[in-house]
Design a protein around this ligand. Sequence first.
Ligand SMILES: Nc1ncnc2c1ncn2[C@@H]1O[C@H](COP(=O)(O)OP(=O)(O)OP(=O)(O)O)[C@@H](O)[C@H]1O
Ligand SMILES: [Mg+2]
Length: 308
Amino acid sequence: MNAQQIDQQTLLKDEKDPLTHTPVHLLSLENVGKHYGNIIALRDVTMAVDNGRVTCVLGDNGAGKSTLIKIIAGLHQHDEGTLHVMGDARKFSSPREALDAGIATVYQDLAVVPLMPIWRNFFLGSELTSGFGPFKSMDVQKMKDITKKELADMGIDLRDVEQPIGQLSGGERQCVAIARAVYFGAKVLILDEPTAALGVKQSGVVLRYILQARDRGLGVIFITHNPHHAFPVGDRFLLLKRGKSIGYYDKKDITLDELTAQMAGGAELAELAHELEQLGGHSDALEEVKAEVAGVADAAPESPSKKH
Ligand SMILES: Nc1ncnc2c1ncn2[C@@H]1O[C@H](COP(=O)(O)OP(=O)(O)OP(=O)(O)O)[C@@H](O)[C@H]1O
Ligand SMILES: [Mg+2]
């Protein structure tokens, strides 16, 4: 099977949001570009995010993944193209503005206070209070109850919300951050490489909560460089390389092998094999790379083509 790219020309006009059945996407980017001085970090990127769908952004180091999400999250501004949020063209000047528009971002190095209990971290900056004026106080019991309930609703089974969050594993902390974003009403949830530092089992746990967030109707943007993590949970895949889109696929139009082949880049692997050979020897590593080149050649999808 040859992978058929989503046609970027018709994407934003004809495709319908699966929940609202209108052509208005929760969030969409059209030909977005960004440069830092004379470094072009991002160029001509087009993608859409919908309710109840997971859009994966894949790419190697320096591909522009973080730049892309920083634009959506309000940390940086694009200098080309347009960003639409629910039909309105937006250019956020702060993360607060993006958050107010319903866009929540979970960064890999989560901003948590390790020694504070889970429930305090859950409500950090948005504490519940009861009473008025001088009698105002934190509603501790209510915050604990809500934290417990929200985590349980997401299927997160934590022993005790009094536990310092620093005692949780990286995966569990990611899950708490996802549950928090869901509770505070995020419409778009951005996850920047949530599985990068995790082992196989913990990655699986985080992937499960990505699906939970999707099932609650959020539009999820999942950044990763691992096609094996992206493929099982993703509905759409945007592949970035050196700041440019090298493909944008719907799940039904691409297989895991093809996605992996696209990510690996057949030509670059062949070059690596050649280099290793030059360096002398027929090591196991060389044989491995050669086998991979063969695999990539077999699975390589058709080169990107645009319909008009
Ligand atoms: N603040 C900045 N100033 C100058 N150049 C930058 C800045 N941020 C990113 N870049 C450059 O833009 C390009 C894209 O970087 P970006 O961080 O978006 O990549 P990435 O895909 O997130 O990579 P990684 O997987 O390593 O996190 C890189 O060449 C990077 O050096
Ligand atoms: Mg990055």
